[in-house]
Design a protein around this ligand. Structure first.
Ligand code: HEM
Length: 325
């Protein structure tokens, strides 16, 4: 075997099912973070759809899009918002909510959310959207069947993250409940308003910048073809023809077949974009929007200065962190 063609390994073994075997030894009530991280690693190629679908979901309901539009962040700082959101979520996925950057991410996002009058049911809806869409993509396009341990673990992870990020109302405690809540929410809240389209246009301009030349013209039509038609209509996007839906399904299925990615594979899209946006470095404390601090520049100090300000997260998030309902 030539030195260039290295044998593929998964968790250091030649068994591509090893992450699944690991998941089957874990308890979704206590090991939900690890289960969720292994789940996303095993199905990472098809989750590219979730990145777009998740943002369009928040643009489809005017009660949310009015707030997101008013902050002028997603329209005018799309790349930064995309990078900061992915980095905050990755910090929680890698560290959990109890320690280091995971705890800091919860503090930061909670502080951002407190600036806005967010409807409690919208928090639950966004909390439901990520597990519902991710599990659905893995079930439809994944290289292997999804297990009940993964469904339960992923739901528990996002239930606790939603609470730590400021949600006060509980999420449904089963995936059937989550899907029912998600469907009812779209039936009752998703409707077109001009700001939905403005936010969507900014995202549709940004997404092609993430992919190489040949994919730039097809990435949006392919990804949006897998988004719920209620969301597409509310965002002013065309509902796909049978041909476009069929081509998109074949494309995402072929992505799914490239999983599970071996240990040697690392996606550099996020880190490359982050290095471009933060050439002088970044820390979890400096990510996100700092509306309050903008009025007091002194408070927007370097990470070192903020470290000692690590006052405990508000009582509610503390409870969520300890996994207590
Ligand atoms: C469980 C539910 C939710 C999660 C997990 C979540 C997650 C996040 C994350 C990771 C950020 C930081 C993003 C960044 O720095 O760009 C953020 C910021 C923000 N979120 Fe949420 N969010 C949730 C619910 C909501 C809801 C329901 C709204 C209502 C509109 C909302 C509005 C905002 C706003 C306005 C910001 C600040 C950034 C900006 O000004 O655009 N979030 N959220």
């Amino acid at each position: 075997m030539s030195s260039s063609k290295q044998a593929k390994t998964w968790l250091g073994t030649d068994d591509k099912f090893v992450r699944l075997r690991k998941i089957e030894t874990l308890d979704p009530q206590t090991d939900f973070r690890e289960i969720t991280e292994l789940f996303y690693t095993d199905f990472q190629s098809v989750m590219v759809v979730q990145g777009v679908a998740g943002l369009l979901f928040t643009y489809s309901a005017p009660r949310m899009s009015r707030i997101l539009s008013a902050s002028r962040q997603l329209e005018h700082h799309t790349a930064k918002r995309y990078v900061d959101t992915a980095t905050f979520n990755a910090a929680v996925m890698q560290n959990g909510l109890n320690t280091g950057d995971g705890r800091e991410a919860a503090r930061r996002v909670n502080a951002m959310h407190r600036q806005y009058d967010i409807h409690p049911q919208d928090f639950v809806a966004v909390g439901c959207d990520v597990p519902a869409t991710s599990l659905d993509l893995a079930e439809r396009f994944g290289w292997r069947p999804v297990t009940d341990i993964e469904r339960e673990g992923v739901l528990r992870h996002y239930t606790l993250e939603a609470r730590a990020f400021g949600s006060h109302d509980p999420m449904p405690d089963t995936m059937d409940g989550v899907r029912a809540f998600w469907n009812h929410y779209l039936d009752t809240q998703a409707t077109f308003e001009p700001q939905n389209k403005a936010l969507t246009d900014a995202l549709m301009t940004f997404m092609p910048t993430l992919v190489p030349g040949p994919l730039k013209r097809i990435i949006n039509p392919i990804l949006t073809a897998q988004v719920d038609p209620r969301i597409l209509r509310a965002c002013g996007l065309p509902v796909p023809s049978r041909l476009r839906k069929g081509l998109s399904t074949a494309f995402v299925k072929s992505l799914g077949k490239s999983d599970p990615k071996p240990d040697s594979y690392t996606s550099t899209t996020l880190s490359d974009l982050r290095d471009k946006i933060y050439p002088n470095g970044w820390s979890i404390q400096t990510l996100g929007t700092h509306l309050k601090e903008h009025k007091d520049p002194a408070a927007h100090a370097t990470p070192a200065a903020t470290a000692d300000a690590a006052t405990p997260v508000d009582a509610h998030a503390e409870t969520a962190e300890k996994g207590q309902s």
